[in-house]
Design a protein around this ligand. Structure first.
Ligand code: NAP
Length: 264
């Protein structure tokens, strides 16, 4: 039996186990997906131990996405993003960032063109993954973040990107095609990082936040006539990309989506 897992702290509410196990079952794989919750100072031991025990692959979540980088050989995309959310133990441990593919594949699945002007709100791990992925897909990226210095640091790493504070969101969005919320604002609260008056019907809006599924931002965007894509789609496609990387098989997207949404 192959063992895969998620390493983070906390991970007790993760929906990755049912999503990945639905994929294993659908593809007839003898595999399990379990969660691990080491302390921060035991991360090195945990990764080495997982490797020694023959764990086949790990997803990595908060707070370890950056601190796991020196423990693995990151691929060029993970290196540019500066964060790893998937480790493959096939040979030397390699680090990958499937959050990036989570953004682009969620948008493609909803027929949203990627090559327009994209505003990414947030410059943490999810914001970095979104900005790099969208620029690579041909978008012109504008990064807006509460801490402007972090937006500037991200824009420096993304070709032709510009950096802004949150106060600039209204003019930034006026002619934009796409908005990605990659802040944690709206997670378990009724708050939004984007003023309602900045939203319009020509936007597609992807919210990385997935609890609740229908965030205040997505409710406002719906009312403005925008196309809306909830955070479970990003979660789904980062898991789809991880499954494909680990197994070399096409992921059963519909089965994974059903299991994920049933668990949320
Ligand atoms: P992170 O690295 O901690 O970054 C947090 C971001 O949120 C930063 O840009 C931060 O701005 C901003 N922020 C936090 N509180 C804020 C506030 N009150 N007002 C304005 N901005 C605020 O976290 P992350 O890993 O990027 O995750 C961000 C969100 O995306 C989380 O909710 C996470 O669950 C979600 N996520 C979803 C998926 C998915 O698959 N759907 C994948 C990854 C992450 P400062 O820089 O100014 O602090």
């Amino acid at each position: 039996m192959a063992v895969y897992g998620l390493i983070g702290n906390p991970v007790d509410h993760s929906v990755s186990p049912p999503m990945q196990e639905a994929a294993f079952e659908e593809r007839g794989l003898d595999a399990r997906y379990v969660t691990f919750e080491p302390t921060e100072d035991a991360l090195g031991l945990a990764v080495a131990g997982a490797r020694a025990l023959g764990v086949a692959g790990l997803n990595v979540t908060i707070p370890f996405k950056q601190s796991v980088l020196p423990l693995v050989d990151p691929d060029p995309l993970a290196d540019r993003i500066g964060a790893v959310n998937t480790v493959d133990f096939d040979g030397e441990p390699t680090g990958h960032n499937t959050d990036a593919e989570g953004v682009t594949r969620a948008l493609e699945y909803h027929d949203v063109p990627l090559a327009g002007t994209a505003v990414v709100v947030g410059a943490g791990g999810a914001g970095r993954a979104a900005a790099v992925a969208l620029a690579d897909a041909g978008a012109t990226v504008r990064v807006a973040n509460r801490t402007v210095g972090r937006a500037e640091a991200l824009a420096d790493d993304v070709p032709d990107a510009t950096a802004h504070g949150l106060a600039a969101l209204k003019p930034l969005l006026a002619d934009a095609d796409l908005l990605v919320n990659a802040t944690s604002v709206g997670m378990e609260t009724d708050e939004t990082p984007v003023p309602t008056s900045a939203l319009h019907g020509d936007l597609a809006v992807l919210d990385a936040v997935y609890a609740p599924l229908e965030t205040r931002l997505l409710q406002d965007a719906n009312e403005a006539g925008a196309t809306t894509i909830d955070g479970a789609w990003m979660l789904l496609f980062q898991g789809v990309a991880a499954f494909e990387l680990w197994t070399g098989l096409d992921a059963p997207v519909e089965a994974m989506n059903r299991a994920l949404r049933a668990a949320l």
